[in-house]
Structures are given as C-alpha cells and as structure tokens.
Design a protein around this ligand. Structure first.
Ligand code: MN
Length: 501
C-alpha cells in the first residue's frame, strides 16, 4: 500500500439571473408550472433563429473580471452534439475553442486563515438543457429550463482535498451573488457542480483517467462524494486496478455512494462545430473597461476592509461578508453607533479620539449581536435574513442602551426578542415592560443584606472557599428585582459585605 496524491478539478454551471433566456425572449424566471416558459426556439424547432442575450454576455464578462480571467476580444459559439430526450435539437449551443474568458483564479480562505489559490482553465457561455422529470411509470420533460443562460466555470486540477473543493464552491457562490449575476442557490439548481477526481502515487507527475461525479446539489454532497471516491479509488490502486478510462458517476444521496453512469465521451465524440446561426462576438476595450468600472466591492476586498476598519478577526469578517445583505446591515449599524458616539457631549476629545477609545469594542459587539443573537433568533424561527424586522437603527439603539448601562444584558435579550418578533423600538419596549436597569446602591445594598441574612449556610460555604456559590446569592437579588438589577454592582456589593463580616 502506498500513498496517493489527490487531484481534483471542478466544473461549475452557474445559471445567470437574466430576465430572458440565452438565445430567445422566453422568461428565465423560476416557473411554477412545467412547460409554460417555452417558444419554438427553446423547444428547438427546425427553422428557428437564436439571438444572443446581451445581458448574459455582460454577466459572463463580469464573472471573468471578478475571477481575474483574461476576457477574449473575439469569442464564438459552437454546437456540441449529443442525443438526450431533454435536448430536442440534438446539440447544445455552447463554446468550444474560443470561450469568452480564459484563465483566472479564485483565492480560497481556509478556516486557519491560509489562502489557497485555485487557478481556472476557462469560463464559457452556453444554454441549459430541458429537465427530465422521472415519475414512477414514465419520464416527462419540462422545457422551462431549456435555453436558460449558463456560464460554465472550469478549474485547473489544482485542488487536493474535499474540504478545499467545498470552500472554493462557497467562495464562488458568495462572489457571483456579490456581482449580482446569479442567485446561485444550489438546492434550486442555480449552481451545479461536477467534480473530477483522480489519484496518483506520490511523486508521480502523470495524470490518470479521472472520474467525473455529477448531480452534486449541495456543498455537503460535494465533500461527501469526493471522500467516497478517494476511498474507492485508493482501494482500486492498492489492488492495482486503478481506473483505465474516464468515467461519469452520479452521487446517490440515499445510498451515500457514487454509482457508475457511463464511460465519458471525448471532445471528438461531440463533433463540435461553429454555430452558423450566431455571429461571433467582438468585445472592445471600452466595453470591457466600462464593466470593470461598474464592478462592486468583491467579498475578498470587503473582508480585508472589515478586518482593518472594524477591528474584526478574519473569521468574524468572513461570517459577515459571506452575505452582502448581512455585511451592508453591519455597516449600517456601525454608522449609527458612530453617529451616537459623536453626538455625546464628551470631553474625551475629537471624533477620531473617541472612536479610537470605543470603536474597537463597539465593532466587535455589533458583530456579536448580529452573528450570535440575531442569527440565533433567525435560525430558531427558520427565517431568512431578508425577513429580519430589527432595523439597523434599532439594533444600534439597543446596543447603546447596554453600553450606557441603561439595561442589563438579560433585559437586552428580552427587548431584542420583542424587537425581533414585532419590529419594535427598543426604548419603547424598555419603558412598557419596565426593564430599566436598577443601579441604586442603597436599595441594592438592602436587598444584598436580606439575601445574606436568609442564607447563612451558603455564606459559610463561600467563606470556606466555594466562591462560585456567590452566583447563587447574585441570582437571589436579581430575582428580587425582577431581573432589573445591575448584576456587576450586585456582585461587588455582595463581595464587599461578605468579606467585611
Ligand atoms: Mn456544460
């Protein structure tokens, strides 16, 4: 038994969210019924003429620019021939030897913050096929998807473990969502990954026939299918029965294994030839530069900026930046907090000095409120972030109430829950529910004395060194104030009083 190097390459189909299809005016939206978004063009009737969707080309170029590819000045479409019931034309209009984008790369962050670069082979445009729907007694074809615009992103075989493959796909999903070209929902098939994997003995430079695993419709499935293949192929190599031909296998989610589908065609089998019904495209420098200028801030840039500007760890920055909605919300909360901080009548100095003192703490707190509290409430109620009723203004206000000791953290939780359910204003909830923090030292002192008097056994335990029993007494005082006491003050008072005795 020897050691093997794992070689993984990915092919990802991303469905572009244009209004119409790649070569016809049919709607490209997610349809509610089968076969309602069709026309003679998407049904592949003879004699119909396709037209190139300008927006789809623009989106493909945007993808190329965001992925550091070289944009081709001259690009054309080709027919890729094969027979399948979901392809009535007998060919798919795709791109063969002159794709719209060549090369490029995407950097992937590992959990331990290392960057791994995955190089790209190419990005090409093509149309989607229709969809076979398998029933118990028949297979039906839904043509709504036929002709939907896709970009196919092909990586070089640069990936050497399943986890990096998953991280790459997650990063790619975030990226295409940021540039707005796709919803990239894997469950809905907006983003579909095929993984090519082969093994070779360590030290060997040759590439051996690869296995292409299809039907991977979740990040988890990609990782599990690759792990399964590594295991299966390792055993074959150990028995000296390594795969001799390229083969397509499917991931069987129910059985948790890959199953053989067919021996893969070579490019020659598709008999590609230039699409005679579509003109080649010439892209000018002005056109490409104009798109480059319209490129929004990309996830990687935003993560870096969040790290520096908001004093966040790479991990925290990633959690926020993985969704542009969440990171926009975060920035809105921060700017509200900044406004509040600068409006305080303070003798601490200039705005910059005030930010220097408080900014770091507030930025991290805001991140915490969003990623633990709000994410927690959302996942408990199974709601997406887009349904959040807590506005950035209100979250910032709640934070300032905690920061100014107007409420304690358990009151803050109660108020946040209310805000989450009803979209309410935090100060209003505080007043209505009488949650303002109790900080009257005399009143709290009396309650502490009572707690001490009523629990002599506990006091003995504390004095004999069981320090954590103090929390019991703090709890008694909190209870007596309906949770409104400042717990730090209570703790300090109790410590004082017990030590004095
Ligand atoms: Mn394809």
């Amino acid at each position: 038994m020897s050691d093997y190097e794992i070689i993984i390459g990915l092919e990802i189909h991303v469905q572009l969210n244009t209004q119409s299809k790649m070569f016809s005016g049919d709607s490209n939206a997610d349809a509610l019924e089968p076969n309602v978004q069709v026309s003679p063009i998407s049904l592949g009737h003879p004699g119909t003429l396709p037209m190139i969707n300008k927006k789809a080309v623009e989106y493909a170029v945007l993808a190329g620019l965001a992925l550091n590819s070289e944009i081709a000045k001259f690009t054309k479409f080709d027919r890729k021939h094969y027979f399948y019931p979901d392809l009535p034309k007998g060919y798919q209009t795709s791109q063969f030897d002159q794709p719209i984008c060549v090369g490029g790369y995407l950097d992937v962050y590992d959990a331990n913050k290392e960057i791994f670069r995955v190089n790209l082979e190419r990005i090409h445009m093509e149309e989607d096929s229709a969809k076979n729907v398998h029933m118990s007694d028949a297979t039906l074809v839904d043509f709504n998807r036929a002709g939907s615009p896709l970009v196919e992103i092909v990586t070089k075989p640069d990936i050497h473990d399943p986890k990096t493959a998953r991280l790459f796909l997650q990063e790619l999903q975030t990226l295409v969502r940021y540039i707005g070209i796709s919803d990239a929902d894997m469950e809905k098939g907006h983003m579909r990954a095929d993984a090519n994997i082969s093994l070779r003995p360590v030290g060997d430079d040759a590439l051996y026939p690869k296995i292409e695993v299809k039907n991977l419709n979740s990040f988890k499935a990609v990782e599990k299918a690759l792990l399964y293949e590594i295991n299966r192929q390792t055993k074959l190599w150990d028995k000296q029965e390594a795969p001799e031909v390229t083969e397509t296998r499917g991931w069987d989610e129910a059985e948790q294994k890959t199953v053989r589908q067919r021996v893969k065609e070579e490019a020659a089998d598709y008999r590609y030839f230039p699409e005679p019904d579509l003109p080649p495209l010439t892209l000018t420098d002005e056109y490409i530069d104009d798109l480059r200028r319209r490129m929004p801030e990309l996830p990687q840039q935003r993560r870096e900026r969040f790290r520096v500007e908001y004093f966040l760890s790479m991990y925290d920055a990633s959690v926020l930046v993985n969704s542009s909605d969440v990171s926009n919300y975060y920035e809105h909360v921060i700017s509200e907090l900044q406004g509040w901080l600068y409006s305080l009548d303070s003798t601490e100095g200039s705005n910059e000095e005030i930010w220097d003192i408080n900014g770091k703490k507030l930025c991290r707190l805001a991140c915490n409120w969003i990623t633990s509290e709000i994410f927690g409430l959302l996942s408990k109620s199974k709601q997406p972030f887009s349904a959040l009723k807590v506005t950035a203004e209100n979250l910032a206000e709640l934070m300032t109430m905690v920061y100014e000791n107007k409420i304690n953290s358990s009151a803050a939780q109660t108020i946040l829950k209310h805000m989450f359910e009803h979209g309410s204003d935090p100060s209003q909830v505080m007043e209505e529910q009488d949650l303002e923090q109790m900080q009257d030292e005399d009143a709290l002192g009396k309650l502490c004395d009572e707690a001490i008097a009523m629990n002599p056994a506990v006091i003995e335990e504390i004095k004999s060194g069981k320090d954590r029993k103090l929390m019991f007494l703090v709890g008694q005082v909190m209870k007596a104030t309906n949770g409104k006491a400042n717990p730090q003050m209570v703790t300090d008072l109790l410590r004082d009083k017990i030590d004095l005795k």
